[in-house]
Design a binder for this molecule. Structure first.
Ligand code: ZN
Ligand code: ZN
Length: 202
Protein backbone atom coordinates (compact mmCIF):
# COMPACT_ATOMS: atom_id res chain seq x y z
CA UNK A 1 0.00 0.00 0.00
CA UNK A 2 1.27 3.49 -0.75
CA UNK A 3 0.28 7.10 -0.18
CA UNK A 4 1.11 9.64 -2.86
CA UNK A 5 1.14 13.25 -1.69
CA UNK A 6 0.22 15.78 -4.38
CA UNK A 7 0.56 19.57 -4.06
CA UNK A 8 -2.50 21.34 -5.51
CA UNK A 9 -2.93 25.08 -5.88
CA UNK A 10 0.68 25.99 -5.15
CA UNK A 11 3.13 28.18 -7.03
CA UNK A 12 6.60 26.94 -7.82
CA UNK A 13 8.17 29.72 -5.72
CA UNK A 14 6.52 28.20 -2.63
CA UNK A 15 8.45 25.00 -3.13
CA UNK A 16 10.75 25.35 -0.14
CA UNK A 17 7.94 26.26 2.25
CA UNK A 18 5.82 23.39 0.96
CA UNK A 19 8.61 20.87 1.43
CA UNK A 20 10.00 21.94 4.79
CA UNK A 21 6.87 23.19 6.58
CA UNK A 22 4.20 20.90 5.20
CA UNK A 23 5.45 17.71 3.60
CA UNK A 24 8.46 16.76 5.73
CA UNK A 25 6.69 16.88 9.10
CA UNK A 26 3.65 15.20 7.55
CA UNK A 27 5.61 12.29 6.08
CA UNK A 28 7.44 11.79 9.37
CA UNK A 29 4.21 11.57 11.31
CA UNK A 30 2.33 9.47 8.75
CA UNK A 31 5.14 6.91 8.81
CA UNK A 32 4.83 6.65 12.60
CA UNK A 33 1.04 6.38 12.59
CA UNK A 34 0.58 3.98 9.70
CA UNK A 35 3.79 2.05 10.29
CA UNK A 36 5.91 0.32 7.70
CA UNK A 37 2.96 -1.22 5.85
CA UNK A 38 2.63 2.05 3.97
CA UNK A 39 5.09 3.63 1.58
CA UNK A 40 4.81 7.41 1.31
CA UNK A 41 5.82 9.27 -1.84
CA UNK A 42 5.57 12.95 -2.44
CA UNK A 43 5.72 15.18 -5.48
CA UNK A 44 7.87 18.24 -5.17
CA UNK A 45 6.30 21.39 -6.57
CA UNK A 46 8.72 21.55 -9.48
CA UNK A 47 8.22 18.05 -10.71
CA UNK A 48 4.51 17.74 -10.10
CA UNK A 49 2.76 15.85 -12.83
CA UNK A 50 -0.29 18.04 -12.25
CA UNK A 51 1.36 21.25 -13.36
CA UNK A 52 -0.69 23.17 -15.81
CA UNK A 53 1.18 24.11 -18.91
CA UNK A 54 1.13 27.83 -18.49
CA UNK A 55 3.21 30.23 -20.47
CA UNK A 56 4.14 32.26 -17.40
CA UNK A 57 7.45 31.70 -15.69
CA UNK A 58 5.92 30.64 -12.39
CA UNK A 59 4.31 27.27 -12.72
CA UNK A 60 1.32 26.38 -10.62
CA UNK A 61 -0.52 23.24 -9.71
CA UNK A 62 -3.99 24.68 -10.21
CA UNK A 63 -6.86 22.35 -11.06
CA UNK A 64 -9.18 23.17 -14.00
CA UNK A 65 -11.18 26.34 -13.38
CA UNK A 66 -14.60 24.73 -13.78
CA UNK A 67 -14.01 23.17 -10.35
CA UNK A 68 -14.08 26.69 -8.90
CA UNK A 69 -17.34 28.26 -7.73
CA UNK A 70 -16.91 31.91 -8.70
CA UNK A 71 -19.89 33.16 -6.69
CA UNK A 72 -18.69 31.53 -3.47
CA UNK A 73 -14.98 31.97 -4.24
CA UNK A 74 -14.43 28.39 -3.12
CA UNK A 75 -13.44 25.21 -4.88
CA UNK A 76 -15.98 22.41 -5.14
CA UNK A 77 -14.55 19.61 -3.05
CA UNK A 78 -16.43 16.60 -4.37
CA UNK A 79 -15.73 17.59 -7.99
CA UNK A 80 -12.09 18.07 -7.07
CA UNK A 81 -11.94 14.52 -5.68
CA UNK A 82 -13.45 13.17 -8.90
CA UNK A 83 -10.88 15.12 -10.92
CA UNK A 84 -8.06 13.80 -8.70
CA UNK A 85 -9.19 10.26 -9.33
CA UNK A 86 -9.44 10.77 -13.09
CA UNK A 87 -6.15 12.61 -13.49
CA UNK A 88 -4.12 10.28 -11.27
CA UNK A 89 -5.73 6.92 -11.98
CA UNK A 90 -4.39 5.42 -8.73
CA UNK A 91 -4.33 1.63 -8.68
CA UNK A 92 -5.96 -0.39 -5.91
CA UNK A 93 -2.85 -0.18 -3.70
CA UNK A 94 -2.53 3.61 -3.90
CA UNK A 95 -4.14 6.46 -1.97
CA UNK A 96 -3.67 9.97 -3.39
CA UNK A 97 -3.57 12.73 -0.78
CA UNK A 98 -3.94 16.23 -2.26
CA UNK A 99 -2.61 19.11 -0.18
CA UNK A 100 -4.61 22.08 -1.44
CA UNK A 101 -3.71 25.66 -0.68
CA UNK A 102 -7.22 26.98 -1.25
CA UNK A 103 -10.62 26.92 0.41
CA UNK A 104 -13.35 24.47 -0.58
CA UNK A 105 -16.90 23.45 0.24
CA UNK A 106 -18.99 20.36 -0.16
CA UNK A 107 -22.76 19.95 -0.55
CA UNK A 108 -24.45 21.40 2.49
CA UNK A 109 -21.21 22.18 4.32
CA UNK A 110 -20.10 25.85 4.05
CA UNK A 111 -16.52 24.70 4.05
CA UNK A 112 -14.48 21.57 4.61
CA UNK A 113 -11.04 21.08 6.14
CA UNK A 114 -10.79 18.00 3.96
CA UNK A 115 -12.76 15.32 2.17
CA UNK A 116 -12.18 11.81 0.90
CA UNK A 117 -13.89 8.99 -0.95
CA UNK A 118 -14.94 6.55 1.77
CA UNK A 119 -13.03 3.34 1.15
CA UNK A 120 -11.69 4.95 -2.03
CA UNK A 121 -8.39 6.10 -3.48
CA UNK A 122 -8.45 9.89 -3.17
CA UNK A 123 -8.41 12.39 -0.31
CA UNK A 124 -7.85 16.14 -0.11
CA UNK A 125 -7.13 18.59 2.65
CA UNK A 126 -7.58 22.37 2.37
CA UNK A 127 -5.10 24.51 4.27
CA UNK A 128 -6.38 28.13 4.51
CA UNK A 129 -8.84 27.52 7.37
CA UNK A 130 -6.21 25.62 9.33
CA UNK A 131 -4.20 28.85 9.65
CA UNK A 132 -4.89 31.24 12.54
CA UNK A 133 -4.51 34.14 10.11
CA UNK A 134 -7.69 33.10 8.32
CA UNK A 135 -9.66 34.14 11.42
CA UNK A 136 -7.59 37.29 11.90
CA UNK A 137 -6.05 35.79 14.99
CA UNK A 138 -2.47 36.26 15.90
CA UNK A 139 -0.60 33.40 14.39
CA UNK A 140 1.09 30.79 16.50
CA UNK A 141 4.73 31.77 16.47
CA UNK A 142 6.45 28.44 16.09
CA UNK A 143 3.99 27.15 13.52
CA UNK A 144 3.42 24.09 15.68
CA UNK A 145 -0.36 24.30 15.85
CA UNK A 146 -0.70 24.66 12.09
CA UNK A 147 1.63 21.71 11.53
CA UNK A 148 -0.44 19.61 13.95
CA UNK A 149 -3.69 20.56 12.21
CA UNK A 150 -2.34 19.60 8.80
CA UNK A 151 -1.28 16.22 10.17
CA UNK A 152 -4.61 15.58 11.93
CA UNK A 153 -6.69 16.44 8.87
CA UNK A 154 -4.44 14.35 6.61
CA UNK A 155 -4.63 11.30 8.90
CA UNK A 156 -8.42 11.78 9.23
CA UNK A 157 -9.02 11.88 5.47
CA UNK A 158 -6.67 8.97 4.82
CA UNK A 159 -8.62 7.08 7.50
CA UNK A 160 -11.75 7.61 5.38
CA UNK A 161 -10.00 6.20 2.31
CA UNK A 162 -9.33 3.06 4.35
CA UNK A 163 -13.05 2.82 5.05
CA UNK A 164 -13.12 4.36 8.53
CA UNK A 165 -16.19 6.44 9.37
CA UNK A 166 -16.48 9.18 11.96
CA UNK A 167 -15.75 7.99 15.48
CA UNK A 168 -17.38 9.21 18.69
CA UNK A 169 -14.42 8.36 20.89
CA UNK A 170 -13.06 11.53 22.41
CA UNK A 171 -9.57 12.35 21.09
CA UNK A 172 -9.72 9.86 18.19
CA UNK A 173 -8.47 11.44 14.96
CA UNK A 174 -11.65 10.18 13.23
CA UNK A 175 -13.81 12.50 15.35
CA UNK A 176 -15.58 14.94 13.00
CA UNK A 177 -14.11 18.47 13.15
CA UNK A 178 -16.46 21.31 12.54
CA UNK A 179 -14.11 23.97 13.86
CA UNK A 180 -10.45 24.51 14.61
CA UNK A 181 -11.24 23.94 18.28
CA UNK A 182 -12.43 20.42 17.40
CA UNK A 183 -9.27 19.80 15.40
CA UNK A 184 -7.03 21.15 18.15
CA UNK A 185 -8.84 19.06 20.73
CA UNK A 186 -8.34 15.66 19.15
CA UNK A 187 -5.18 13.61 18.80
CA UNK A 188 -3.50 12.85 15.50
CA UNK A 189 -3.86 9.10 16.13
CA UNK A 190 -6.59 6.49 15.77
CA UNK A 191 -8.33 5.14 18.87
CA UNK A 192 -8.02 1.45 19.74
CA UNK A 193 -11.18 0.52 17.88
CA UNK A 194 -10.29 2.42 14.69
CA UNK A 195 -6.76 1.02 14.85
CA UNK A 196 -8.19 -2.49 15.00
CA UNK A 197 -10.32 -1.91 11.90
CA UNK A 198 -7.31 -0.42 10.13
CA UNK A 199 -5.10 -3.37 11.07
CA UNK A 200 -7.57 -5.64 9.29
CA UNK A 201 -7.22 -3.60 6.10
CA UNK A 202 -3.52 -2.75 5.96
ZN1 ZN B 1 -14.43 13.06 8.18
ZN1 ZN C 1 -11.80 6.02 16.66
Amino acid sequence: MQIVIRPIGWHSYESEYFTTSIVSPLIQRLSKIFGDKLRINSDSLQSSSLQSSSSSSTTTTMPPTHLFDKARKQWISDSLLDWLLKSNEPDITTKVLAICDFDAYSDELNFVFGEAHLGGRVAAIYLPRLRDEFYVRKSDKNNNLFEQRVIKEAVHELGHTFGLRHCQISKCVMLFSNSLQDTDFKDDKFCKRCNKILAGIL
